[in-house]
Design a protein around this ligand. Structure first.
Ligand SMILES: NC(=O)c1ccc[n+]([C@@H]2O[C@H](COP(=O)([O-])OP(=O)(O)OC[C@H]3O[C@@H](n4cnc5c(N)ncnc54)[C@H](OP(=O)(O)O)[C@@H]3O)[C@@H](O)[C@H]2O)c1
Length: 275
């Protein structure tokens, strides 16, 4: 990684990306210069103190012209309308604009920048532990080198997949963007069910968490499909089979999950129209 990165917004996601970039550049000759633009003083100082990067409260103090080759937009979606236009000069100068704002389309970003090379990406909250899955989509102005650059920057927090059809990002958002919340809900439900089955709450909480974490690690450790792993622990006529008969019944988990993902994708499409 070389060049100059301007990170706009250093909240949860910006901070996770910044940590990954700084770890990767440690001790590397010609490593990129990183500038963080973050109006909130505490988060700005956190970035400056943890990572020894330059920090600014707003774009006004950036040099004109700014030599950044990438501007990463990591502000809340609602803020993009006012924040993104401030970086139009970067886009005009050939910098890659990499946005992780949910529901903000390439067309809306381009219109706020007046064109340029734009990548829209959807990470998830597991970026905090560098176990995210990010799906990215580039506009037609993005060069092969810029695509590689975007992938380098995103891959510090986990795996990256590319799609050509931006419309798929609504379903992506519904699956991997929102997906960690579904797993957290599953953990909550398993805890409540454990308490209902008579376990003391601390043990119920411990078991539910450890079970979800352990199952996730098993998935990570093998290429075997989830269905195979499920079958391996389901003896005919056994306890797991009894539970799965309930979860797989009418209006069972499969149907609920399909409806939940469809609702999230619909909402993502609505938000994109608003943005
Ligand atoms: N967190 C996730 O799991 C996740 C997953 C996928 C995508 N995303 C996307 O990632 C983006 C960031 O999410 P987040 O969870 O990191 O949000 P966040 O914690 O609220 O971080 C956004 C940061 O941007 C700052 N900001 C506001 N206006 C700014 C400006 N003009 N210039 C520079 N920085 C500014 C905010 O400061 P103030 O608080 O003072 O406004 C805040 O510190 C969102 O667009 C979200 O859709 C997040």
């Amino acid at each position: 990684m070389t060049g100059r990165i301007v990170l706009v917004g250093c909240g949860n996601m910006g901070h996770a990306l910044l940590g990954g970039w700084c770890d990767r550049r440690a001790g590397v000759t010609g490593a990129p210069e990183i500038v963080v633009v973050e109006p909130e003083a505490e988060r700005r100082h956190r970035a400056g103190d943890h990572f020894a990067v330059a920090t600014l409260a707003g774009p006004a103090s950036l040099p004109e012209p700014d030599p950044a080759d990438v501007v990463v937009i990591a502000v809340k979606p609602q803020a993009t309308a006012t924040v993104v236009p401030a970086y139009a000069a970067h886009a005009r100068a050939g910098a890659l604009i990499l946005s992780i704002a949910a529901g903000r389309t390439l067309a809306s970003l381009e219109s706020r920048l007046g064109g340029g090379a734009v990548v829209r990406a959807m990470p998830n909250t597991a970026a905090a532990v560098r176990a995210a899955i990010t799906v990215a989509c580039a506009n037609s102005n993005v060069t092969a080198a810029q695509r590689t650059r975007a992938e380098d920057l995103l891959s510090v927090v986990g795996d990256v997949a590319w799609i050509e059809d931006e419309a798929l990002l609504d379903a992506v958002t519904a699956v991997s963007g929102s997906g960690p919340a579904y797993v957290f809900l599953l953990t909550e439900c398993l805890t409540d069910a454990a308490i209902a089955a008579g376990l003391p709450p601390p043990l119920a909480t411990q078991l539910a968490r450890a079970t979800v974490v352990g199952a996730g690690r098993l998935l990570a450790a093998t290429e075997a499909p989830a269905a195979s792993l499920r079958r391996e622990v389901t003896s005919p006529g056994g306890t797991t089979a009894a539970a799965l008969a309930i979860l797989g019944g009418t209006r069972g988990l499969a149907e609920l999950m399909t409806a939940a993902v469809a609702a999230a994708a619909d909402r993502s499409r609505e938000l994109a129209r608003e943005g």
